[in-house]
Design a protein around this ligand. Structure first.
Ligand code: NAD
Length: 541
């Protein structure tokens, strides 16, 4: 038995590559984009390392070119989900006993493979399948995914090192056991890194997983499965189950071995899964761990002392990068009337400069939204604003689905702080702005606090630091990630552990110790060196 004490020091963040024309990374990426563009791959279900094809298939298409089929995939039925549970529980016997340093070594190898051989593969798949430009794909499917691997290993080493003190004549230690069952990882379309992390965090801590990938992120997610295998992850530790989330959720939460859910997606879906888990109570071996990061209605609050140019840049990037499909994307803004004309003019200038289109053209800053349902949803909010007396579309608003699901960066200006799009999550490139009277600062801060059920991200802008301090204090519960003079997106692993409370989730902070702790059940062991042989208290002797 290897008895080394291995520590994993705090890693550096994976550098973001530039992809300048002619750079090695750009040459490799272009080649890979061309290769993947020409293929129509067949994505199987993977259970216990075996590929299963049910023949009940769906298609994966490019959102920016929906006539282009990238892959077909096979959907699971009840039988396959049940097989996945049995297989995962079989794998659990060995994986849950595997030394944590071996598990860590496999995860570190995943990071290394992704930083090298798999980088162009995942980046290209993320661009084509999820419609991200080069930069957005690089920071997601390469950098953040690698960071999650490396940082989680470091945090795991800190957790395992946390031990109770010994007493007189006794030795104490904590054994950090994996959960007694399987974890259901249900993942969203918008971040490949989140998809990977929702499986790999529990797995690093010794758990096994059923992975329900998002149907609209299957291409990159399937390549992740190949990466895991090549890194040495034993078969059956992660079981890949494309198909209906409703079916998978229902069968998984009905199992006695259901030990937890690691979810990112909409609040409504998490609520359904939570209810199903409650309905199963009494049946499970242990109380399941329910960890979910959900929706948001993220805000920018601008104080009259703010720098208009900084606000405009933050609003533009925070609301429109990756078509506003980041859970942290700015979707409502409160701005003093004195600043709004300058800020709007600057945003209009940026919008006039950027291009929208296919990811294959690196000049395109904006690409497509993920699918037709998302396109229709964005359009319905824009149409609603156009027909409303208390709102006006002051930027963009055009939608075109003839080739891809394209929605222009759009700003709705409203005089009603409770306007529909000030309150509801749209999850697209639509920012609603409420210009307020400069002298009504305090009541507008209160509005910002009370308007939305969510609590994910928010930002305050102002050069008056004392005013910023007071707003930050008043908005204490509005956001789990709060920014001062910066856009509310772009959290980096190790720097801004991410997550929100209220209707935005359980706030277990992906990319930090808090999250890892959810996937273990500690056993504290006390060993008495000389066991007592007399029941009497000292003074009775
Ligand atoms: P979604 O809820 O539609 O889907 C998420 C996953 O759940 C998908 O894999 C889907 O197939 C599955 N699913 C759907 N219905 C299900 C059911 N009844 N039972 C089990 N699984 C089911 O979300 P999405 O469209 O993929 O992602 C967008 C949402 O995710 C937004 O609300 C966004 O705010 C949120 N999000 C939050 C964070 C965060 O950190 N808070 C991060 C990313 C995305």
């Amino acid at each position: 038995m290897n008895n080394s004490v291995i520590t994993f020091p705090l890693p550096a963040n994976e550098p973001v590559k530039t992809y300048l024309a002619g750079s090695p990374e750009r040459v490799a990426l272009d080649k890979e984009l061309e290769r993947q563009s020409k293929l129509v791959i067949d994505i199987p279900i993977i259970i216990g390392g075996k590929e299963i094809r049910t023949g009940d298939t769906g298609e994966v298409r490019c959102p920016h070119d929906h006539g282009h089929v990238l892959a077909t995939y096979h959907k699971v039925g009840k039988k396959e989900v049940e097989l996945a549970i049995t297989t995962a529980m079989e794998a659990w016997k060995q994986w849950s006993q595997t030394p944590w340093t071996t598990r860590a070594a496999i995860v570190m190898k995943m990071a290394h493979l992704l930083a090298t051989k798999y980088r162009p593969i995942l980046t290209a798949a993320c661009m084509l399948g999820q419609s991200k430009n080069i930069y957005q794909a690089e920071i997601d499917s390469a950098c953040e995914t690698i960071d999650f691997f490396r940082y989680n290993v470091h945090y795991a080493s800190k957790i395992y090192a946390m031990q109770p003190k010994d007493g007189d004549g006794q030795l104490n230690h904590t054994e950090y056991r994996p959960l007694e069952g399987f974890v259901l990882a249900v993942t969203p379309f918008n971040f490949t890194s989140i998809a990977s992390n929702l499986c790999m965090t529990p797995v690093l801590m010794g758990n096994v997983a059923l992975w329900k990938p998002s149907t609209t992120a299957l291409l990159s997610n399937y390549y992740l499965m190949q990466l895991y295998k090549e890194a040495g992850l034993p078969d059956g530790v992660v079981n890949f189950l494309p198909g209906s989330g409703a079916l998978i959720g229902e069968v998984a939460t009905a199992s006695r071995h259901f030990a937890g859910i690691h979810f990112t997606g909409s609040t409504a879906t998490f609520n359904t899964l939570w209810s199903q888990a409650c309905a199963g109570l009494g049946k499970y071996v242990s109380y399941p761990r329910l960890v979910g990061e959900t929706g948001g209605k993220d805000f920018i609050f601008v104080h009259p002392s703010a720098d208009a140019k900084a606000v405009a840049t933050a609003a533009f990037c925070g609301a429109f990068e990756f078509q506003g499909q980041k859970c942290s994307a700015a979707s409502r803004m409160y701005i003093p009337k004195s600043l709004w004309p300058d800020v709007l003019a600057d945003i209009k200038r940026m919008a006039a400069e950027v291009k929208m289109g296919d990811v294959m053209d690196p000049a395109n800053f904006i690409n497509a939204v993920i699918d037709e349902a998302s396109f229709d949803k964005c359009k319905s909010y824009i149409d609603f604003a156009r027909q409303s007396a208390d709102a006006e579309v002051v930027l963009g608003g055009n939608c075109d689905k003839s080739v891809g699901w394209f929605v222009e960066p759009t700003i709705i200006e409203t005089s009603n702080p409770h306007f529909k799009s000030m309150e509801e999550e749209i999850f697209g490139p639509v920012l609603t702005v409420y210009p307020y009277d400069d002298e009504k600062l305090d009541e507008t801060v209160t509005l910002c606090e009370n308007t939305s059920p969510y609590g994910l991200t928010g930002a305050v802008f102002g050069r008056d630091r004392m005013a910023v301090e007071s707003i930050t204090a008043k908005l204490r519960y509005c956001a789990g990630n709060f920014y001062i003079n910066d856009k509310p997106t772009g959290a980096v692993v190790g720097m801004q552990p991410f997550g929100g409370a209220r209707a935005s989730g359980t706030n277990d902070k992906a990319g930090g110790e808090f999250n890892l702790i959810r996937w273990i059940i500690p056993r504290v062991i006390k060993e008495t060196l000389l066991s007592p042989t007399d029941y009497r208290y000292s003074y009775m002797k």
